[in-house]
Write a protein that binds this ligand. Structure first.
Ligand SMILES: [Zn+2]
Length: 125
């Protein structure tokens, strides 16, 4: 089982880190033990640009996590990062809810109820 600790350590510094295959250079998300492209187990960690495009979005009107309480509705996103991986996240608090597939976004982090840093995205300038 791959260790996700480097992801959370980077997130606590406000940086999005991704696994990257040393054999074929493919990025990976979520954390895995083998590269999905070539099967190598030689995966290291790299800081990502934090930039991507909205692939899909939706509104959540019920709280599924404690940190959603008092913030509903929230906008959930699937973001295609420039590194070629798709990650689930939410739109940052204070961002206009209207967002479209293809919009450029940049990552930031918000604290979950347990103190974990969760990725949130804002429109990229
Ligand atoms: Zn690979």
């Amino acid at each position: 089982m791959a260790d996700p600790a480097p992801y959370f350590e980077a997130a606590a510094r406000g940086v999005l880190a991704l696994q990257r295959c040393a054999a074929c250079s493919a990025f990976a998300f979520p954390v895995r033990a083998r590269c999905a492209r070539c099967g190598s187990t030689d995966l290291g960690w790299r800081d990502a640009t934090g930039l991507g495009r909205v692939f899909a979005h939706g509104r959540a009107r019920r709280a599924t996590l404690p940190e959603h309480e008092g913030r509903l509705p929230i906008t959930l996103l699937l973001v295609d990062l420039d590194e070629g991986v798709r990650i689930p996240a939410r739109l940052a608090a204070g961002e206009r809810a209207e967002i479209a597939a293809g919009d450029r976004v940049a990552v930031g982090f918000a604290s979950a109820a347990d103190g974990t840093a969760l990725p949130v995205f804002r429109r990229a300038p």
